[in-house]
Design a binder for this molecule. Sequence first.
Ligand code: SF4
Length: 113
Amino acid sequence: MTDSSSVPPYDEKQIRCPKLGGQVNFAYCRVEKGGQACPRAIACWTEHFDVESYFRKALSPNDFESCFSRPPQPKLVTLVELIERAQRIAAKAAISPLGKHTEPPAIPPEDEA
Ligand code: SF4
């Protein structure tokens, strides 16, 4: 049953998190992103209570916009970014067989034609 109140259900209500794949409560979703609400919180909780009204009361207009105005990135984009970040870290940490950091190989000059 949908509750139209803007009072959050907190711990007594749990939903399945599409990002984590497990059960979470609203107390977690309110601070999921480093103390800021998860950008998906409105989409995830709107069928359970008036979550948008809750956040509009709880946050300043600027904070509300910064939290919810950007659409969440698709999983594929996130995965590609994680792979690219890992590649950059691995490239920086490249260690030679002697245990010393190495420079990337020089690019040979193009043939003069
Ligand atoms: S709001 Fe975010 S953390 Fe909470 S269930 Fe949805 S995706 Fe998961």
